[in-house]
Design a protein around this ligand. Structure first.
Ligand code: HXC
Length: 258
């Protein structure tokens, strides 16, 4: 029987997805990206989940798109099949937060997938890179766009043109990752962060994610206007009443996500 390409489990209100092609360092092929998209959409629909973690193995988050699958592809193939566009960006439809927990290699499409998550927690052995230039192509899942936004033009150009890797420390200094933890603490740290988020009111979590993402897609004036509308809208939720009441009564809020 074929191994499952994406393992899915729940811890409290946290959904955990693990890329599972360890012998190929989680090289991302079509079947895996289909499975990942389906698993993400299932968690998006599940009312019992408030935050998602995407992770890989101890050696690799993902070492990129599957080079053996790509090598024979022609222009006609990639165009007709809408390679990348067809199933790589399903994660962007997910409104719940997705945390990338990265140990080992996050290269090429693996780095791009991590950057499509909402933030990255890195193990101290993590390595990030866009090495596509070394095999005669360029990043194709947003690397040339998201990396400069994350780490500045100079460092992104350096990474994309030389294909070199960045270690976890450099990635944190550059702003690509939000925190670094010892490799053996990665799972727990990601779960702790996700559990905190999943305990917040889901409507406010979704609004917060949407508003921060606006910062990368529009002008400051439009972004602030968008934020203001969402901020005002949250006063229509029960959870806003409950959150503020709980603060005043010096107790924990009992959010119902409505
Ligand atoms: C297919 C891959 C792979 C990949 C690793 N493997 N990366 N197979 N596609 N991207 C396979 C190897 O062929 C090998 O299989 C097994 O995984 C273990 O890898 P090794 O190379 O033996 O391990 P190691 O010596 O530790 O080197 C690790 C590594 C190296 C530095 C990460 O594997 C590497 O450079 N991989 C390719 C990285 C890369 O170029 N990524 C970008 C791909 S292009 P066997 O059968 O020999 O055991 C891309 C395009 C994105 O991502 C476009 C949009 C998505």
């Amino acid at each position: 029987m074929q191994e499952e390409l994406v393992l899915s489990r729940k811890e409290g209100r946290v959904g955990i997805l693990q890329l599972n092609r360890p012998a190929q360092l989680n090289a991302l092929n079509d079947a895996l990206m289909d499975a990942l998209g389906a698993a993400l959409l299932a968690m998006e629909k599940d009312d019992a989940i408030g935050c998602i973690i995407l992770t890989g193995s101890a050696k690799a988050f993902a070492a990129g798109a599957d080079i053996s699958a790509m090598q024979p592809m022609t222009l006609s193939d990639v165009t007709r099949n809408n390679f990348i566009g067809r199933n790589w960006e399903t994660i962007l439809q997910v409104r719940k937060p997705v945390i990338a927990a990265v140990a080992g290699y996050a290269l090429g499409g693996g780095c791009e997938l991590a950057m499509m998550c909402d933030f990255i927690i890195a193990a101290d052995n993590a390595k990030f890179g866009q090495p596509e230039i070394k095999i005669g192509i360029i990043p194709g899942a947003g690397g040339t766009q998201r990396l400069p936004r994350a780490v500045s033009k100079s460092k992104a150009m350096d990474m994309v043109l030389t294909g070199r890797m960045m270690d976890a420390q450099e990635a944190e200094r550059a702003g690509l990752v939000s925190r670094i933890v010892p490799a053996d603490k990665l799972e727990q740290e990601a779960l702790d962060a996700a559990t905190i988020i999943a305990g917040m009111s889901l409507p406010s979590v979704i609004a917060a994610k949407e508003a921060v993402n606006r910062a990368y897609e529009t002008t400051l004036t439009e972004g602030v206007r968008f934020e203001r509308r969402s901020f005002h809208a949250l006063f229509a939720t029960q959870d806003q009443k409950e959150g503020m009441k709980a603060f005043l009564e010096k107790r924990k809020p009992d959010f119902r996500h409505e």
